[in-house]
Design a protein around this ligand. Sequence first.
Ligand code: PLP
Ligand code: COI
Length: 339
Amino acid sequence: MENIAWGELPFGYFKTDYNVRAYYKNGQWSKLETSTSETLNVHMAATGLHYGQEAFEGMKAFRGIDGKIRLFRWQENAKRMRSSAQGVMMAEVPDELFFQAISSVIKLNEKFIPPHGTGASLYIRPLLFGSGPQVGVKPALEYMFVVFVSPVGPYFKEGFKPVNVQLVRDFDRAAPLGTGHIKVGGNYAASLRAADRAHKEGFSAVLFLDAKEKKYIDEAGPANFFGIKGNTYITPDSGTILPSITNMSLRQIALDLGLNVELRPVAVEELHTFDEVGACGTAAVISPIGKIFDRSENVSWEYSTDGKPGIISEKLYKTLMGIQLGELEDKHGWNTIIE
Ligand code: PLP
Ligand code: COI
């Protein structure tokens, strides 16, 4: 499509031509349907609307240097969506249906895949929710699975430049034994007020602590947290954060690059010992963090004063992007070519 300014795309909704849908009823999934409508016709008593029976995923497809379309680690997103479905008692989407939906919605909207070299990609948003009616609090008997796509640019307007984040102690996004480890809408609803306040106060994102002790870093609003200390990549081990597929991939890339990797609780007291810190996720890729401001304690930690990302963060970013764009060898078999 020649009239899209690919290089200036924000991370946001962009209307494309098609989405795909499947319906779960009487214990089974329907065939996949293609739709050109941007709206859904939903029962007013749907559990997805009332009781938060809802989960989503986020993944990306890229136009490679060789012109091929690459989908990054979709099997992990399919698995995580099954885990989210179990977590809020929804019908699970079988991997075959998940892949069929993703590959068809990409192909149907092929002209919206940003060209190689523009820095943009095709964001894919699978959504699963209880569509059947209930008034008592119980799981629906019917579910809807929808996948739409949107060409996107960087999640943080800064792109691959350090962002400032605000550490908060007066909000939690997830309870200790709650739903923080699955990708359900309620976690994001719970993060909105803290994020909105942080934006108004001049920060790109919020850093949440563990809800129980307020001692350890949990994650950033829409992304995991990592720190670099010397030759080591360190990232929180926590039961209340979303297991990020980007983070999992960065841990492997770090090992491949000869770094050490530590997956363990990261105490707030340790923040001053990191050489580099960042947020990582599908949307965020790697967003280096320049400064963390602890709002309640009124202290801050600075990691970049010259507006540049740290050397190791940059190396990790370039390697991950290089693999996704087909510029570097995909030695772990993470990409699926969509033909
Ligand atoms: N943490 C949260 C709360 C997220 O919403 C996301 C985005 O999916 C991530 C982390 C990063 O996960 P992934 O790398 O799988 O996209
Ligand atoms: C993602 O990285 O895919 C996310 O889910 C982040 C946000 C848009 C919710």
